[in-house]
Design a protein around this ligand. Structure first.
Ligand SMILES: NC(=O)c1ccc[n+]([C@@H]2O[C@H](COP(=O)([O-])OP(=O)(O)OC[C@H]3O[C@@H](n4cnc5c(N)ncnc54)[C@H](OP(=O)(O)O)[C@@H]3O)[C@@H](O)[C@H]2O)c1
Length: 322
């Protein structure tokens, strides 16, 4: 079957290890289901995988892709929850120390077919396209958990989203706005700042610029490049939720004094549970909120989409379609 996979790793030239070619069709073990993929969205995770972060040499070749929407064996339209926890694990799947995301231990979604534990399938509402549904399981689920589970934010609160153009960041802007929060965002790029305003942010500033007020919470996925600004933008007692560090995980100023003296909380966050994904799907279905898609491209042209994500040349999600 057609598949987009990592054949080797390169820190400096991640796309050099990418192959779009043939892989054997997967066989579903007992309790697993085969999904015929209609759409799969690209995440920065796929670029990390090509760089060899979070993936072991002996796992190669590995089909990339965490997110998918498609049909199960009975023709039902489904969305795939990407967090694969141990079958014996009970409770919040993201806290299972043995959990993995599709494309880390088990083959990923950038292929004609993917196999997943049957419990990881959720029904796709008819009102969501396959491409829209394929944006939800990683970037949008991460944003949902950061905002609604980890941050302590409530409607009427204020939030700063760093790096407005990213998949997680655009989701945060849309969801925070829909939930009645005052939304600030930053971006390095003027055209992305304009688009973030159109997307629903109340005010969008250059990266590092002073906000008109201190916010209740900051949503951080950029890491080193924006960390100091995130802490300086937070009100005393506020919370910074961090789920990524695209620009590096060792900021030159950790702002430790400011964090303890102003009694701030730093809350790590990763992906989300199956139940959170079910609520996110329902939220989209009942509210009309839809993921922002930068572009849809045929799966055969995955290299083009991965290059754009690696270069930061993206506003919203890039979706591979079949
Ligand atoms: N923990 C989890 O479960 C989880 C889930 C999803 C994602 N993540 C992580 O979160 C990060 C974002 O993921 P994504 O898929 O949303 O990535 P993405 O779509 O590639 O977004 C990255 C955004 O970060 C900003 N950025 C990158 N480098 C920057 C720099 N040097 N200075 C300022 N801003 C910079 C850019 O915003 P502007 O161009 O607008 O400035 C860019 O649009 C990744 O590191 C990813 O691995 C983690």
């Amino acid at each position: 079957m057609l598949a987009v996979y990592a054949q080797s790793f390169s820190t400096d030239d991640p796309l050099s290890g990418l192959v779009v070619g043939d892989r054997p069709e997967p066989e579903a073990p007992e309790g697993w289901a085969t999904v015929t993929v209609k759409a799969a969205s690209i995440n920065h995770h796929d670029v990390w995988s090509l760089r060899g972060v979070g993936l072991r040499e002996e796992s190669l070749p590995m089909i990339l892709g965490c997110d998918a929407a498609g049909h199960d064996e009975d023709g039902n339209e489904v969305v795939v929850h990407s967090v694969i926890s141990d079958p014996s694990w009970r409770g919040d799947e993201t806290l299972d120390p043995r959990r993995s995301l599709l494309s880390e231990k088990h083959q990923g979604t950038f292929a004609e077919k993917v196999v997943v534990p049957r419990r990881n399938l959720l029904p796709k509402p008819a009102g969501l396209s396959f491409a829209e549904a394929a944006c939800l399981p990683t970037a949008w689920l991460t944003a949902y958990r950061m905002l609604f589970t980890q941050s302590g934010l409530q409607p009427g609160g204020s939030v700063l989203v760093q790096g407005a153009g990213g998949g997680v960041a655009t989701a945060l802007i849309v969801l925070a706005r829909a939930a009645g929060m005052r939304v600030y965002a930053t971006s390095r790029d003027e055209s992305k700042r304009q688009r973030a305003l159109e997307l629903g942010a109340h005010e969008v500033l250059e990266s590092g610029a002073r906000l008109p007020e201190k916010v209740d919470a900051v949503m951080e996925t950029v890491g080193a490049a924006t960390w100091s600004h995130s802490i300086k933008s937070l009100r005393p007692g506020g919370t910074v939720v961090i789920s990524g560090a695209t620009s590096g995980d060792a900021p030159s100023k950790a702002e430790l004094t400011r964090i303890f003296f102003q009694q701030m909380r730093v809350h790590g966050s990763t992906m989300g549970t199956r139940d959170e994904l079910a609520r996110l799907v329902e939220l989209c279905d009942v509210s009309g909120v839809r993921p922002l898609i930068d572009r849809e491209i045929p799966m055969e042209d995955a290299a083009e989409g991965l290059a754009a994500v690696a270069a930061g040349d993206v506003f919203g999600k890039i979706v591979l379609t079949r």
